[in-house]
Design a protein around this ligand. Structure first.
Ligand code: V47
Ligand code: SF4
Length: 359
């Protein structure tokens, strides 16, 4: 093991790639601090001591979903209690509140609604841009894009062009889960397959839009599934360069239907973030999404290769419906304090990582 860490240090210092076998050995290792130190070194070389955050607001337009993934406590079907679909005026009100509070980004995802027409999504983008043309709209996962194409009987490039014309600026990283099909068959059999997620994402990048990539971990997957997931993302990034940020999402088990899954401990969370940083040498940013990790692990992750803490969020349903015990929102001052107390430099960014203010 000592030999592995010595050779990995040389790789990090010289900028050489780590292999799948090395990544797997790291997952199997219990030397969290050695993994973290290497990841912190890799991150420091890329991003110095700066840690990014943004002022954003999430809007989940509906929780009705035809997919009903087993890990998802957010989705509902018609007739269930708690079903909702936001009216356009509610969406506009949330966007207005965001604009008034200095937000630069609206993050929009929702369930795959059984009947809303494609026009609804275009109207939603236009309605938000009518509130403020300055708000960057980061919306719809590759899963939603694929669904819209089916709904509207359009090709993926046509769907993307229409969404872009209506105001879409970039895409979040959801829907990737674990890309390997064996795991998908168990946790989200109705969702598009991993190969399709990659294909749609490639078309998004070809259309000139940036996107993020996530990995849902800590349910039924093996370490080898995580490594395969990372490999598929690294390969696509080599091809397109369109990914901005990698976001490992720690599975929240409450109210879900994944037998035996217990959620993610701090060691696994930090290890996964650190290995992601080491393996994904072609991703500039690795984000600790505090909603799923909790504030303490998210802050600690800043010593494990992470350079982004996401944003203010304001109203979060997906993690909280599944038992996340983090707050619903963070004030900008709170994020700045978390970063400062980790000895790092807080940088407010916009969605495309233009620096807005260094604190
Ligand atoms: O795709 C669903 C995940 C994702 C659970 O791009 C769950 O900046 C944990 O993608 N436990 C949506 N995770 C959220 C997402 C995201 C979040 C923040 C920032 C960005 C970004 C993207 O939430 C889904 C799914 O992987 N999810 N259920 C659960 N029980
Ligand atoms: Fe629907 Fe997304 Fe939840 Fe799956 S994760 S059930 S696609 S809302």
């Amino acid at each position: 093991m000592k030999q592995l860490f010595t050779s990995l240090r040389e790789k990090v210092e010289s900028g050489a790639r780590i292999t799948d076998a090395e990544a797997l050995s790291l997952f199997e290792s219990n030397d969290l601090l050695a993994i973290g130190e290497l990841a912190a070194l890799a991150n420091r070389k890329k991003n110095g001591d700066r840690v990014f955050f943004n002022v954003n607001r999430h809007i989940n337009y509906t929780n009705l979903c035809v997919n009903r993934c087993k890990f998802c406590a957010f989705s509902r079907e018609e007739g269930d209690t708690g079903v909702y679909t936001l009216a356009m005026r509610d969406i506009q009100e949330k966007a207005q509140q965001a604009a008034d509070s200095g937000a630069t980004e609206i993050h929009i995802v929702g369930g795959l609604h059984p009947v809303l027409p494609f026009e609804f999504y275009l109207d939603m983008l236009r309605a938000i841009k009518a509130i403020s043309a300055q708000l960057h709209i980061k919306a719809f996962t590759a899963v939603e894009i694929d669904y819209f194409a089916e709904l509207a009987e359009l090709s993926i490039p046509q769907v993307i062009e229409e969404l872009k014309a209506a105001g879409l600026d970039s895409l979040p990283g959801g829907g990737a889960e674990i890309l390997g099909q064996q795991v998908r068959d168990k946790i989200c059999p109705e969702k598009i397959c991993g190969a399709r997620w990659l294909e749609v994402t490639e078309m998004v990048h070809q259309a000139g839009l940036r996107s993020n990539a996530t990995m849902l971990f800590g349910h039924l997957e093996e370490y080898a599934d995580r490594v395969e997931h990372l490999r598929l993302l690294r390969e696509l990034q080599d091809k397109t360069g369109g990914f901005q940020t990698f976001i490992p999402l720690a599975f929240q088990p409450d109210n879900t239907r994944v037998p035996g899954a217990k959620g993610v401990g701090g060691v696994d969370a930090l290890k996964t973030l650190a290995i992601s940083r080491l393996y994904l040498d072609n991703f500039q940013h690795v984000k600790a999404y505090w909603v799923m990790l909790g504030l303490k692990i998210a802050q600690t992750a800043l010593c494990f290769g992470v350079n982004d803490l996401d944003g203010t969020v304001v109203e979060e349903k997906i993690g909280h419906d599944a038992g996340a015990d983090s707050p619903q929102a963070l004030a900008k001052d709170g994020i700045i304090e978390l970063i400062r107390k980790a000895g790092r430099k807080p940088v407010e960014r916009d969605t495309l990582y233009n620096e807005l203010k260094v604190y």
